[in-house]
Design a protein around this ligand. Structure first.
Ligand code: FAD
Ligand code: SIN
Length: 532
């Protein structure tokens, strides 16, 4: 058994930033990070375009960034949260610069700013086309200054512990559901350990792996959202899954390599199979319309022309600038025989970001006591029905700070719950057929991609639900009898994520932002989140 004052699940931008903040604030308290892979493996590590922040008052303003976020969110953003994130953003970004994060500067020493879909100004700070890698590097380095931070790699968190584990009946209407820590599978010895904590932060990232084609790495299996849902916490807005318009089209390669929207910000043009630029037919903002609009336009072009991809044309772009800003993209395309200055890049939409998640208040508190949530697994109200590009890293920084502020007053009053029992693994055996897990995962990804992708309708949603229901029943049976493995837990979590996405989509009888249902093509007047 392990005891820690602060327990953090996940070592991406959200988890690491919170860890640094609370470790600095409470030097005599223990801060433990559990993470299921290597420390740096996260969605954060693969972020390309950068971080949207107002840092050029001559051309940009808070009001413009707020307006862009609200327009992109299509009526469903929480305006107060938008204002908080945009206005607190510059301070938080300055902090990570102080911790050693580098962003590109021009010859005069001024920050270079990129532009992506839905932004009215050039405001995206970046480090070449590997901004996330640079942020993750700097944060991991910064944690090393704090002897009270302990990072445990290859620990897979299975469930959060609540009154349910003490033998009480816990339902959605139970008041004061409380988090006492977690059960986690130590992948070095395959033991399931009990970890007690005064305060737990869920920072477990996204859900992309629920789809067949995604930009998200293998770790993005929605574990935290599924755990909180099982613990009867509130989850919202799960129907809003963002598909990035331009993932490199490479059949059989997973995850898909991203071609950042910043390429279009610098002049890249989308073209269909006949070489025709098509975005102006769909939106006056053309190639720089918000992501939901561009992804739907590409989907429609692909369906019209019967192709599996469109093209991104960079041939007219300034070669020197391209190589300075996008060296990684250039190299990756070259590796598969595409010289971006000579040939167009085949691209197609891929599942990219979960706009919903664990519902939090403005300080990152979830509906479960002593449990905070931050980063992609959370739903703070910032993104509404469609996240504005490069607002995600910013949100994680602002909310990691807010969570750390919220715990400061209460932490000293919290005590470990010593009545929590150890994990009971009796009656379980090694499953003798991995195919039971791998085939179910393939089926789930197929169902999600074919029935509940960019365009939906009621029949597809019902079919998806029927199939998810069957997968759920089969997997729960297996879970009762099989020794736990990350693969089984991830499958179980992804089935829950699939269920939440379909359920949210079934509730939303309209089309808004990323949720487009051909049976209800208009927006309704009922502008509110679906809370499950
Ligand atoms: P993550 O960085 O995903 O970290 C989650 C952590 O939780 C990982 O360490 C993981 O191992 C751990 N974890 C998960 N489950 C468990 C478990 N059961 N037990 C233990 N540990 C667990 N956003 C932008 O703002 N700008 C961009 O330019 C940008 N580009 C992107 C490009 C790509 C290719 C992708 C995939 C995303 C991009 N995004 C971008 C989105 C952004 O990167 C993510 O939303 C953000 O990094 C999420 O940070 P996080 O800390 O919440 O989660
Ligand atoms: C990109 O670089 O296009 C991704 C940015 C984001 O997801 O915010």
């Amino acid at each position: 058994m392990l005891k820690t004052d602060f327990l953090i699940i996940g070592s991406g931008i959200a988890g690491l930033t919170f860890a640094i903040k609370v470790a600095r604030r409470f030097p005599d308290k223990t801060v433990t990070i559990l993470t299921k892979a290597n420390t740096d493996e996260s969605n954060t590590k693969y972020a390309q375009g950068g971080i949207a922040v107002v840092n050029d008052p001559e051309h940009d303003s808070f009001q413009k960034h707020i307006e862009d976020t609200l327009v992109s969110g299509d009526g469903l953003c929480n305006e107060k949260i938008v204002e908080i994130v945009v206005k607190e953003g510059p301070q938080r970004v300055n902090e990570i610069i102080e911790w050693g994060t580098k962003f590109d500067k021009d010859k005069e020493g001024d920050y270079m700013r990129g532009k992506e879909g839905g932004h009215s100004e050039f405001r995206i700070l970046h480090y070449k086309d590997i901004t996330g890698f640079e942020i993750e590097r700097a944060l991991v380095e910064e944690t090393k200054h704090f002897p009270n931070i302990h990072i445990h790699n290859h620990w897979f968190v299975v469930d959060i512990i609540t009154q349910h584990h003490l033998g009480y009946l816990v339902t959605k209407s139970t008041p004061d559901i409380t988090c006492y820590g977690v059960y986690a599978l130590n992948l070095q010895n395959n033991n399931i350990e009990k970890i007690l904590a005064c305060c737990t932060l869920m920072a477990s990232g996204g859900v992309g792996q629920v789809y067949r084609t995604t930009t998200n790495p293998r770790i993005a299996t929605g574990d935290g959202i599924a755990m909180v849902y099982r613990a009867k916490g509130r989850i919202e807005n799960m129907e809003f899954i963002q598909f990035h318009p331009t993932a490199l089209f490479e059949p059989g390669v997973s995850p898909s390599f991203l071609i950042t929207e910043a390429v279009r910000g610098d002049g890249g043009k989308l073209r269909n199979k006949d070489g025709k630029a098509f975005m102006a037919n769909y939106d006056v903002r053309a190639d720089l319309a918000p992501r939901d609009v561009v992804a739907r336009a590409i989907d429609s072009e692909m369906k019209k022309t019967g192709t599996e991809h469109v093209y991104l044309d960079c041939r007219e772009m300034d070669k020197e600038k391209f190589l300075a800003h996008f060296p990684n993209i250039y190299a990756r395309c070259m590796k598969i025989g595409i010289d971006v200055f000579e040939q167009m890049i085949p691209v197609a939409p891929a599942a990219h970001y979960c706009c919903g998640g664990i519902k939090t208040d403005e300080m990152g508190r979830s509906s479960i006591m002593n449990l905070y949530a931050c980063g992609e697994c959370s739903s703070t109200g910032l993104h509404g029905a469609n996240r504005l590009a490069s607002n995600s890293l910013l949100e994680a920084l602002v909310f990691a700070h807010r969570c750390s502020e919220a715990v400061s007053d209460s932490i000293c009053n919290l005590a470990f719950n010593e009545d929590v029992p150890d994990w009971n693994a009796s009656g379980t055996n090694e499953p003798n057929e991995m195919i039971l897990i791998t085939q179910s995962l393939k089926e789930l990804q197929q169902v999600m991609s074919d029935y509940i992708g960019i365009v939906r309708n009621d029949i597809r949603l019902q079919r998806a639900m029927n199939r998810i229901d069957l997968l759920h029943k089969e997997t729960e049976e297996l879970y009762k009898t099989a020794t736990l493995s990350p693969q089984l837990c991830e499958l179980r979590n992804l089935i829950t994520i699939g269920y939440l996405i379909v359920k949210g989509a079934q509730f939303r009888k309209e089309s808004r932002g990323l949720h487009f249902n051909t049976d209800y093509p208009q927006k309704s007047n009922l502008v509110q989140p679906v809370v499950l």
